[in-house]
Design a protein around this ligand. Sequence first.
Ligand code: FMN
Length: 99
Amino acid sequence: MCRLKCVKESLKDISEYDTVYIMSPIYWGTYAPELETVLKDLDFTGKTVRVISTHEGSGLGSMISDVKRICKGALVDENGLAIKGSKAKQSEAAIKSWL
Ligand SMILES: Cc1cc2nc3c(=O)[nH]c(=O)nc-3n(C[C@H](O)[C@H](O)[C@H](O)COP(=O)(O)O)c2cc1C
């Protein structure tokens, strides 16, 4: 099952998921600060976390290491995907291949 959640609908429990995808624009070199609120209290023990960013030059920035810090217990895939925001609409093939 795949569901998209956003900060409007805060997650309380991720126990039903094996893999969690964290997607964010890069703001000031990392994920959007709102994500901190969503992620910090979740239990990621045993979960795989994969990271996607949109950016305008920084790639993933420090998102991987920041996600490792905030997602306690997660196995964070080092192979994140960085998509240039202005090219997002043309990036379907790259995203499918990464998935
Ligand atoms: C406040 C702010 C900070 C940003 N900081 C960065 C940055 O450090 N590196 C970068 O590559 N892009 C940065 N950007 C560009 C965003 O990553 C880009 O606009 C975004 O990926 C596209 O998604 P959006 O249209 O939802 O903003 C920043 C944008 C904003 C608004």
